[in-house]
Design a protein around this ligand. Structure first.
Ligand SMILES: Cc1ncc(COP(=O)(O)O)c(C=O)c1O
Length: 498
């Protein structure tokens, strides 16, 4: 037996805090909620749209629109000439809900995501901080020409109809030309795959090349950003020490733990900046070739080599069939340009392309076409030339300031380029504690020990210079000075006590 609903049932709507929502949306949500809760029982008759509009001080059209929405979503029925009723079929749900509403069970995460909890968390990057490593000179980015390239890309988009999982052909072409000319890479544009940051490229590569339980050699210390990607693919990270000649290929090859894959930064080890020697490069290539394994060459910032001509990449050393070369624009151009690329061995192009179709179907055309235009007009090369000069000067300034202000406390670990410098602390000092305190005064420096996995960590500070003017560097070091001094004093005092 249906009953007319009394107006008191609706007046609480008037007390509802009016959020930033249109009124029709607020009323719709209110009625929908009341129906689901059973406060407006099944089969009961709603007031006419005129009545409800008057009661709630709304226009009649608003209420009509809400009734239509409720009707089209199945919450109410309209009976010809007899008004609107709460739908009867909700009655069953309603009784079930009120009598024994099942409790929401917690959503179960997969074993893989549980595994991620065990991985070193990544540092949060707060762009307001000073001396962050891996931040380019944001104020030097040529916005007007970039905006022109974005405008051009907007017009071009209408012609890019084909879905291309590997990326937009003009960008792949520009990248292939650039790599052939400057990095000694041997590739055609068909081998170039565009990714949203090198992180995505790694994720894809590991998932395509590893079986659960397969081992991956990584550098120790090394880039922690890949730990999650290896774990995701079910791989097992095997940390191999590095020395001044880079990844200890000799130790890796002599070990019993045979890997399927090696992930390395041969041009400049991250974070120490050491370059992999030619002997070890050849050893690794030989290993990959004879064992059917693969090397991932992460060339994250080798564009910034200041003390000599650019190094030839490992891929260019007859490694075309064994090396996946990875590069990124987020470091060289701007962190908001989430574009990077992989250069794949020819045999991997088809399977990676297929997987990419399943994974994300490729990236949005606009930023890719904009970057292709930016490169084809020479702005990329020009910007790189300018930044190389600027960063070289900034690196020298940081070094000079540190030598002046932290003599005997911080010792530069030499490297031929990059966007940050590593300064060693006396070995037993607690670099993590220093960084923690530095964070509280707005500094983004990192503790060197964080990048170590199995090896005994060295204590030091990783200090970014690329993104900061001389004044900013001075300000950063001014804030750092009392923190380092205080820590070293404590350490000395403790040393005397023991
Ligand atoms: C060594 C290294 N590889 C890869 C990346 C990640 O690059 P992307 O920002 O393209 O994901 C970084 C970022 O800082 C890095 O330091």
């Amino acid at each position: 037996m249906s009953k007319q609903l009394h107006s008191e049932r609706f007046t609480p709507f008037l007390q509802q805090e009016q959020l930033q929502r249109p009124r029709y949306r607020a009323l719709f949500n209110y009625l929908q909620q009341r129906i689901l809760e059973g406060a407006l029982p099944p089969d009961s008759r709603l007031p006419s749209t005129r009545e409800l509009a008057e009661l709630l001080h709304l226009s009649r059209n608003t209420v009509k629109q809400v009734y239509e929405m409720l009707h089209s979503e199945g919450y109410i029925d309209t009976r010809q000439g007899d008004g609107s009723y709460v739908a009867p079929q909700l009655s069953l749900n309603h009784t079930q809900q009120t009598q024994s509403q099942p409790k929401r069970q917690p959503i179960q995460l997969s074993a893989m995501s549980a595994q991620l909890k065990k991985i070193r968390p990544l540092f949060h990057q707060d762009k307001q901080q000073l001396l962050l490593p891996a931040i380019p000179a944001l104020d030097q980015f040529p916005w007007p020409v970039w905006q022109r390239s974005v405008g051009h890309a907007g017009r071009q988009m209408r012609f890019s109809r084909d879905r291309n999982f590997m990326g937009e052909p003009p960008l792949r072409d520009e990248i292939a030309r650039y790599l052939n000319a400057t990095r000694g890479i041997r590739c055609t544009m068909e081998q170039v795959m565009i990714c949203s940051g090198s992180q995505q490229g790694m994720q894809l590569a590991f998932s395509m090349l590893l079986n659960p339980g397969d081992q991956v050699w990584v550098e120790d210390p090394g880039f922690p950003g890949i730990d999650g990607a290896i774990s995701n693919a079910g791989g097992i990270k095997v940390s191999i020490p590095i020395d001044r000649h880079g990844f200890r290929a000799d130790l890796a090859l002599a070990s019993e733990q045979q890997a399927r894959l090696a992930f390395i930064t041969p041009s400049r080890n991250f974070p120490l900046g050491y370059t992999l020697s030619i002997e070890r490069r050849l050893q690794l290539l030989q290993w990959a070739r004879t064992q059917g394994c693969c090397i991932i060459e992460d060339d994250y910032d080798s564009e910034f080599r200041f003390d000599g001509p650019p190094l030839t990449a490992l891929q260019g050393l007859d490694g075309e069939d064994s090396v996946i070369y990875s590069g990124t624009f987020s470091r060289i151009l701007h962190p908001a340009i989430r574009l990077a690329y992989l250069v794949l061995p020819p045999a991997l192009v088809a399977p990676f392309n297929q997987m990419r179709g399943f994974l994300d179907g490729g990236l949005s055309s606009l930023p890719q076409l904009a970057l292709a235009d930016f490169m084809s007009r020479g702005h990329f090369a020009g910007h790189l030339r300018r930044m190389r000069k600027l960063y070289k000067a900034r690196r020298a300034y940081l070094r000079q300031q540190v030598e002046q202000q932290f003599a005997g406390q911080l010792t530069l670990e030499p490297s031929d380029g990059g966007m940050h410098s590593v300064f060693l602390l006396p070995q037993t000092s607690d670099d993590k504690a220093i960084v923690e305190q530095a964070r509280a005064v707005g500094l983004g420096i990192r503790p060197l020990s964080y990048y170590y996995d199995q090896q005994a960590p060295r204590s030091g500070l990783v200090i970014g210079f690329a993104g900061y003017s001389e004044t900013q560097m001075e300000e950063g070091l001014r804030r750092l000075k009392p923190i380092v001094e205080q820590h070293l004093k404590h350490r000395e005092a403790n040393g005397r006590l023991h």
